[in-house]
Design a protein. Structure first.
Length: 221
């Protein structure tokens, strides 16, 4: 994606991420997907789980972890999805991912292979809840952070962020506040501290400053 395409880039004092797109501190996103009737844009026809219509990039270690939990994840999928290939192609080098390798989940019947078609949401996430195991390192980072994303040394908004109605709820938290816990779990508390400082500098003591959501230990995002 072209980070910075929607808003300006702001410097961050962090070893890994040097820049952040300012829009993450002002643009908003619905946090509880299940409470929202998704559509492609405000006023569009309802299309639940619309952000799961594509496959997702997966770190090489996440791919291995998904295979490790294959049985419990398969229990949340339809028989057709279980039998289909779960990933496209083979692992490819990608320095943006922790393992240095990247795969992509397959698309099945018009959506990500891991969409829980019998209910809603991600089959990996549901399997973790049902099985009592931690989804950290299993559910793709890309999915846990969306609509936050990263590119080399920058954080920003995903290209398709503004395509969906969840981006237009005026009472929703900002994208940063919605993804703050996941950012801390995936990249460390130091990044959140640095981003908190950028947020404070950008928003100051404005009465419209968004409410800060707490970081909740290792609760799945």
């Amino acid at each position: 994606m072209a980070i910075g395409a929607r808003s300006q880039l702001v410097a961050v004092e962090h070893a890994r991420f040097l820049w952040v797109e300012s829009g993450i501190f002002t643009d908003r996103i619905v946090v509880d997907c299940f409470s929202h009737a998704c559509s492609r844009h405000p006023g569009g026809s309802t299309h639940l789980d619309i952000c799961c219509q594509y496959g997702a990039d997966v770190d090489g270690n996440e791919k291995a972890a998904i295979e490790h939990h294959r049985q419990s994840i398969a229990a949340q999928m339809t028989p057709g999805a279980v039998a289909a290939p779960w990933f496209e192609g083979t692992l490819e080098p990608d320095a943006d991912f922790p393992s240095g390798l990247r795969a992509r989940t397959a698309v099945f019947d018009g959506a990500c292979i891991f969409l829980d078609r019998a209910n809603r949401g991600c089959a990996i996430h549901r399997a973790a809840i049902a099985g009592g195991w931690d989804l950290h390192g299993v559910k793709p980072m890309i999915c846990r952070l969306w609509p936050l994303t990263w590119d080399y040394n920058s954080l920003g908004l995903a290209d398709d962020y503004a395509d969906y109605s969840c981006a237009f709820e005026p009472q929703a938290p900002t994208v940063y506040q919605g993804g703050r816990s996941a950012l801390s779990q995936l990249f460390g508390a130091g990044l959140v501290d640095a981003l908190d400082a950028v947020e404070a500098k950008m928003l100051g003591a404005s009465p419209n400053r968004p409410r800060r959501l707490p970081i909740v230990g290792t609760t799945p995002s």
